[in-house]
Design a protein around this ligand. Structure first.
Ligand code: ADP
Length: 197
């Protein structure tokens, strides 16, 4: 039987991780997470971290040698050309890790979740058999990000603006999960789409 591969995406702070966690806990589904692979890509000692340090200088790393995410975030979320450069370093690694992970999944995994914030932007839609977009109004997105990440308004706006418009993602979705209400209301929608099979 063909494996069901759910590509879970949305905007930053719209609720992707909340849905991924629920799918893992309630349904026991394996979740492959692009954020984990992207972090792995720039681990201490990695060639990509080396390239970043060569481009941005010693300020790109913290005292322990790890990537200074805040510093790099300030650069790339205000300069699209630099963001593209960084993504070109990281996306091929993430794509390769997904391929690897899909190959090594147990054969009896009928359904697997691929949590990929930049599913569309990174051109990874070919990895999945259906696309779920978690959406919420911009005001909710900003409020939840503020609470979660303690970012300033301008930092949040820059991060949201760096992604494809949420409406464009919604337009390309097979399933749209409306996360404008409570988490329970969100989970009820997930249950419906899981039942549909
Ligand atoms: P993403 O993974 O898309 O960036 P998260 O799932 O981390 O988003 O959600 C962003 C923040 O909003 C988290 O702190 C999460 O706990 C909170 N959150 C998610 N859904 C809701 C909701 N329906 N009501 C209130 N807070 C929510």
């Amino acid at each position: 039987m063909k494996q069901r591969r759910i590509g879970l995406t949305g905007g930053i702070g719209t609720g992707k991780s909340t849905v991924a966690r629920y799918l893992a806990e309630r349904y026991g589904l394996p979740v492959l997470d692009a954020d984990i692979y992207a972090r792995e890509a720039v681990a201490i000692g990695s060639p990509i971290l080396g390239a970043i340090a060569a481009r941005y200088g010693p300020g790109a790393q913290l005292a322990d040698g790890s990537l200074d995410r805040r510093r790099i975030g300030e650069i790339v979320f205000h300069d699209p050309a630099e963001r593209r450069w960084l993504e070109q370093q990281i996306h091929p690694y993430v794509r390769q890790r997904f391929h690897q992970a899909l190959e090594t999944l147990p054969e009896d995994a009928a359904t697997v979740v691929l949590a990929i914030p930049l599913l569309f932007e990174a051109g990874l839609t070919g990895l999945v058999s259906e696309i779920w977009v978690v959406a919420c109004p911009l005001a909710e997105q900003v409020a939840r990000l503020k609470a979660r990440d303690r970012l300033s308004d301008s930092q949040i706006v820059a991060r949201i603006a760096s992604q494809m418009d949420l409406e464009q993602k919604v337009a390309q979705a097979d399933v749209v999960l409306d996360n404008s209400q409570t988490p329970e209301a969100l989970y009820a929608q997930v249950d419906q789409h899981m039942a549909r099979g």
